[in-house]
Design a protein around this ligand. Structure first.
Ligand code: SF4
Length: 225
């Protein structure tokens, strides 16, 4: 399939409108989950589905830092809460908090070198939150697995090798991230981004904060310190 040309300004404007209209209807966790799912559907439709080399079980890139907007973190937390037996939730929360501390000041190169993988990666190398994975993860694709192996080899520090990817998809999804942040601002909802494990641990530990977030309250700084 050939790359289709996209008008990024129009794409951002359209996705901003979609996000703003959807967010205005979200008042609780269930509503937010529905809103984010509908937003992602719109994004995916615009991003297209070019044949890529990425496959379930290929997880070379799941070692890179991932930033999420707070609603993305809240949706992942709710998804995990539903699927994690009650007795295992404290352990999961503890693992996420430890990961957040571990990666807080780590550059991508250090994470690669130390093989500090995403806490949601399962034993088979699959994404454990795939249906609700962050926009950033959706935007990273590869057209060449060998290039991923080379670039993300932990024994090579600061590899300069580049991975060919579906750049149209990446541009659309980066644009979607900005459009969502812009729509959050418009709805007076906090639009800050946060490292993935830190963000998810906040809402997994305090699901009540979702309502506060949607009401436009400023969540306490102590949550990300
Ligand atoms: S959320 Fe999923 S796709 Fe993203 S880095 Fe983690 S395991 Fe990989």
């Amino acid at each position: 399939m050939k790359d289709h040309k996209i008008d990024l300004r129009k794409t951002e404007s359209r996705l901003f409108q979609v996000a703003a209209e959807l967010l205005a209807t979200a008042h609780d966790q269930k509503g937010l989950t529905a809103v984010m799912s509908a937003f992602v559907d719109s994004v995916e439709e615009l991003a297209g589905h070019r044949e890529v080399a990425c496959r379930a079980g290929c997880s070379h890139c799941c070692v890179l830092n991932v930033a999420v907007l707070l609603p993305e973190a809240a949706v992942i937390a709710a998804w995990l809460e539903m699927r994690t037996p009650e007795g295992d939730r404290e352990l999961l929360l503890d693992q996420l908090r430890k990961q957040a501390v571990r990666v807080r000041w780590m550059e991508d190169s250090e994470r690669i070198h130390r093989s500090t993988v995403c806490p949601f990666l399962d034993q088979a190398g699959r994404c454990g939150v795939y249906p609700v994975r962050p926009l950033v993860c959706r935007g990273v694709t590869s057209l060449d697995q060998a290039a991923c192996r080379e670039v993300l080899d932990p024994s090579v520090f600061d590899s300069s090798f580049a991975v060919p990817m579906d750049t149209t998809r990446k541009l659309v999804i980066d644009t979607a991230f900005c459009a969502l942040a812009h729509a959050l601002d418009q709805q007076k909802i906090m639009s800050r981004s946060i490292e993935l494990s830190a963000g998810v641990s906040i809402f997994l530990g305090r699901p009540d904060l979702v309502r506060s977030l949607l009401l436009g309250e400023i969540l306490p700084e102590s949550l990300w310190e």
